[in-house]
Design a protein around this ligand. Structure first.
Ligand code: URP
Ligand code: ZN
Ligand code: ZN
Ligand code: ZN
Length: 467
């Protein structure tokens, strides 16, 4: 049975027009004015609303053993929250510890998602060690359709890799046509600064930012770009937070280094004063790279609007207040992460489009299309076009409400954006032609989500066919 979205204003990264969208099965089969459809077709009136392509979150953590505990979500809680907020696909970081087996890690992460996600999902494969066995396993993982890696230049002794491993991972990525996403902070400098601050008795959450200053992230960004330049691999800087790091990334782009840049919602909207809040409330706002001096935000917004920053993700990573309390004695033991998987689209619409910082096309591009292009999902995802998956967000720009932990399925006991006003939200969200959300409530199939298997760059030239 088909699904008709009647009379909405379709907005993609480069077009905007009023039309009907008809999906037969899982894909869009017709777009046009006053479409004739079979009697009994489920019809959604989208007059006065936008019809956006399903949004893609390129950076989430769901299953995550980290800092002696686990992030709180399951794919059930995270995917339903994502959908309520208009995100119809996300890419999760597979993060085995350095001493763990890569392939076993990959299978574990896959098993956590299989049959439990309401939205479609893919993985960035964390390369937390690089040796001959890992190399062979990574080839298998890429052949399974996971065609992006993740490396951590930070988190010494946990996920972090050294220069030799980084060089090896990038060389393999280049060979396989895989893009490598990277957390760029100089791990040694972070470790040294943490030690110095703690020795000085500076233990509260407000010292997290000074332990990983802007220059430390700029150094990591520059180093990653240099390694890309030397290996010829394609890269993507995740959660870039400040002007100095942006300069390093843009200077690499200007040299011709193929480098995508991501910002995440917390760095656009929250600043370091949140982590300075008294009575340990600041711990809720501890993430890495840290929330920065507010002067960086204007720079990030401008670069985002100009397309110099490619994407906006969340880095969704929920730890509850009891978990945050593990760091009462030392900021270095506060689990890092801020949850916002449900709020990305509405916050960016309200404080980006609504505030005049972001035009509507760049909004769609940054939150959907560009991630689809960078990570091998386009045009199946990331646009509204005949042949694309019918992942659609019928968006009501007249809605007014507030963000609250009370109205999310995220498994946490606080929101970093509690009480923030939002103007606009999805009225209806579809996943491959099936309604998943109506007016803030998940009404879909909790197991509809599929693993999105992707092709590496240059796959056709190498005679590869989809898995
Ligand atoms: O603080 C953060 N960002 N937590 C998640 C892990 C990471 O570095 O992305
Ligand atoms: Zn990170
Ligand atoms: Zn992350
Ligand atoms: Zn208001």
């Amino acid at each position: 049975m088909g699904l008709l979205i009647r009379g909405g204003e379709i907005v993609t990264a480069d077009t905007r027009y009023v039309a009907d969208v008809y999906a037969e099965g899982e894909v869009i089969t017709r777009i046009g004015v006053d479409l004739d459809v079979p009697p009994g077709t489920e019809t959604i009136d989208a007059a006065g609303k936008y019809v956006f392509p399903g949004f893609i979150d390129p950076h989430v953590h769901i299953h995550l053993p980290f800092m002696g505990t686990f992030a709180k979500d399951t794919h059930a809680t995270a995917s339903q929250a994502a959908l309520i907020g208009g995100t119809t696909s996300y890419i999760e970081m597979v993060c085995p510890a350095g001493h763990e087996d890569a392939l076993q890690g990959y299978e574990l992460w896959k098993s956590k998602a299989a049959g439990r996600s309401a939205c479609d999902y893919a993985f960035h494969m964390g390369v937390t060690r690089f040796d001959a066995q890992t190399q062979a396993q990574l080839r298998e993982i890429v052949a399974d359709g996971t065609t992006s890696f993740k490396v951590f230049l930070a988190y010494k002794g946990a996920f972090g890799v050294g220069d030799e491993e980084l060089y090896g991972a990038l060389t393999l990525a280049r060979e396989l046509g895989v893009i490598v996403t990277a957390h760029c902070e100089n791990a040694e400098l972070v470790a040294q600064l943490q030690g110095r601050l703690l020795a000085e008795g500076k233990t509260g959450p407000e010292w997290h930012e000074p332990s990983r200053p802007e220059a430390v992230e700029a150094d990591g960004t520059h180093r990653f770009a240099t390694f890309l330049e030397m290996t010829g691999a394609r890269g993507y800087v995740v959660h870039l937070s400040n002007e100095a790091a942006l300069k390093a990334a843009l200077s690499a782009k200007a040299r011709g280094v193929p480098l995508g840049v991501e910002v995440v919602v917390p760095h656009l909207l929250l600043d370091k004063t949140y982590a300075q809040r008294p009575d340990f409330e600041g711990a809720r706002y501890v993430m890495s790279p840290p929330l920065r001096d507010a002067r960086n935000q204007k720079v990030l917004w401008n670069a985002l609007q100009a397309g110099m920053i490619d994407t906006v993700g969340t880095d969704h990573c929920p730890f509850d207040l009891a978990q945050k309390d593990m760091g009462r004695g030392a900021f270095t033991a506060i689990p890092n992460g801020i949850p916002c998987i449900q709020d990305r689209v509405n916050l960016l619409y309200t404080y980006g489009v609504g505030a005049g910082r972001l035009d509507l096309h760049r909004f769609v591009d940054a939150l959907s299309t560009r991630a689809a292009r960078l990570f091998g999902l386009f045009p199946r995802k990331g646009t509204v076009a005949v042949g694309s998956d019918a992942d659609l967000v019928i968006y009501d720009p007249a809605y007014a409400g507030t963000v609250s932990v009370a109205t999310t399925t995220v498994n946490n006991d606080y929101s970093g954006f509690e009480g923030w006003a939002i103007h606009g939200r999805p009225s209806v969200v579809t996943v491959r032609g099936q309604v998943a959300v109506r007016d803030g409530i998940f009404v879909g199939d909790p197991a509809r989500g599929q693993l999105l298997r992707r092709m590496p760059e240059g796959a056709a030239a190498r005679g590869l066919v989809p898995v």
